[in-house]
Each structure stands twice: as C-alpha cells, then as structure tokens.
Design a protein around this ligand. Structure first.
Ligand SMILES: [Zn+2]
Ligand SMILES: [Zn+2]
Length: 253
C-alpha cells in the first residue's frame, strides 16, 4: 500500500470490511490449522482457541518501552529506566511476553520461513491494536531492516513480513525501502545490554526522505530496546516527531 497523507477513519473502516470479507472466503477454501497443536484453527486463523489462550499476554507493562512490570502496577505506568532516560520512543505496543509457547512461534518465524506463523502473529497483533486504538494511528510503518549478509543467509526479513500483514490488517501504509543497515552487526542475542547498544550504534542510515511524521517501527521481539532506539534516533533526525515501537513480544529483564 502506497503512503498517502494520513489515513481517514472512513478509509480504515472500508479497508477492514474488505479484509474481513476476504478472510471469510479464504477460511472456506483453506480451513485453518493450528500452528502450535495441528488442531482446527478458529476465527479464520491458523491457531486454535486453547493455544491462543496459552499465549502469554503483556498486560502490565511500561507504556514507553513495554517492559513487563510487576503485577499490581497501573496499566499506564512507566518503568524506572524510562523515567530517567532521554526519550527517543514515545510509546510501545507489544501485546505478548517472550515466553512459552510464543517463543517457539517466534523462532519458527525467524528461522523457519513459516509464512503461516507470520500471518498468525501479524493477525494477532493487529487484533490487539485495533481493539485498543483510541489514540491517533501512525501514518507509516517502518520495519527494522536486516543487514545484507543476514538477509542473504535467511532469505527474508521477518520484521518486514510481519509489517506487511499488520499494514494490511490495520490499513496503514508500510515502507521497507526508506532505511538500511549501514554496516553488519553481531547477533544481539549473545551480547550484554551495554554490548547491544555499542553493537547497533550508527548501524542505520536513511536511503530516502521520510514521507511522514508519526511512525511505528515494526520488529518481532524487543529485548533491551537498543535496536529500536537506534532506529528511532535516525528517524527523528530525518524529521519524525512521534515514534512508536510495535512488536509481537517483549523479553523481560
Ligand atoms: Zn492449537
Ligand atoms: Zn520503560
């Protein structure tokens, strides 16, 4: 979907109607199968109701970085780290915690080229977001770009594939050609918090002018937030005024 100056509520509504019609047709032709237990899927998704209930929700979390907070904290709280920090990201929307059995799905998304998992996760994300979207929608979705070498190894960028599903379901344009990795970085998973920050410093650069001010960065998992923060820094320099982070799962500290 091409970027246009904002998305009206009417356009969004029309888009959602077409989308739900298409979902009904597709479900009649290819009945859904659960990606976790192989049972019969529900709600037109490749996921059954019991498995969906097993997915760990990230209900009490920091509204800036989505870090899970201790139970009993207010839903709109801010964690200690975000209170004192210079804010590059305005808000995060991450509906799940990175825990069993969602971690299994994310692994399959990353390394298994499993498109039914991409559809399920993108779809679940969109459903959560549409259910709570009282605030203005971002004008543009920007997936975290993958380095050239890793892209060649993997053959696809999981953040971009997710962004594609979310863009379609939420009726928001997506652009994956605006930012690129300016250098290869090490796998973040093996590094400490400080190491991660250093690893991604200066790792992104703009390829084209940013055509919007309110951006949502799309990633699969947010761990320390170093990667999305670094991308936010570049987007801000390019003129973004409001930056959200949208991801499927948040790994806790
Ligand atoms: Zn199941
Ligand atoms: Zn926080």
């Amino acid at each position: 979907m091409e970027y246009s100056q904002g998305v009206s509520a009417c356009q969004l509504e029309r888009h959602r109607k077409v989308d739900s019609w298409w979902h009904k047709v597709a479900a009649a032709i290819w009945p859904p199968h659960c990606v976790l237990c192989e049972g019969i899927g529900a709600n037109g998704r490749d996921l059954c109701v019991p498995c969906e209930h097993d997915l760990p929700l990230n209900t009490a979390s920091c509204r800036v970085c989505a870090q899970p907070l201790a139970l009993g904290r207010a839903e709109q709280a801010i964690c200690g780290r975000c209170l004192g920090a210079r804010v590059l990201v305005d808000a995060s929307f991450v509906p799940y915690r990175y825990a069993y059995p969602l971690d299994r799905l994310i692994q399959r998304l990353k390394y298994g080229k499993d498109l039914s998992v991409t559809r399920v996760l993108g779809d679940l994300f969109a459903e959560h977001w549409l259910a709570r979207s009282e605030s203005p929608a971002p004008q543009l979705l920007v997936p975290v770009p993958l380095g050239y070498r890793r892209y060649c190894q993997r053959g696809f960028n999981q953040a971009r594939e997710l962004a594609r599903v979310i863009a379609r379901r939420c009726g928001i344009p997506m652009r994956s050609d605006l930012v690129e990795r300016s250098r290869e970085t090490k796998e973040q998973a093996a590094l400490s918090r400080r190491g991660r920050k250093r690893n991604v410093r200066g790792a992104f650069r703009m390829k084209r002018a940013l055509p919007a001010r309110h951006i949502a960065i799309i990633d699969d998992v947010v761990t320390t937030g170093s990667t999305v923060n670094e991308l936010a820094r570049v987007l801000r320099r390019a003129g973004a005024t409001t930056i959200e982070v949208w991801a499927i799962a948040r790994a806790g500290r």
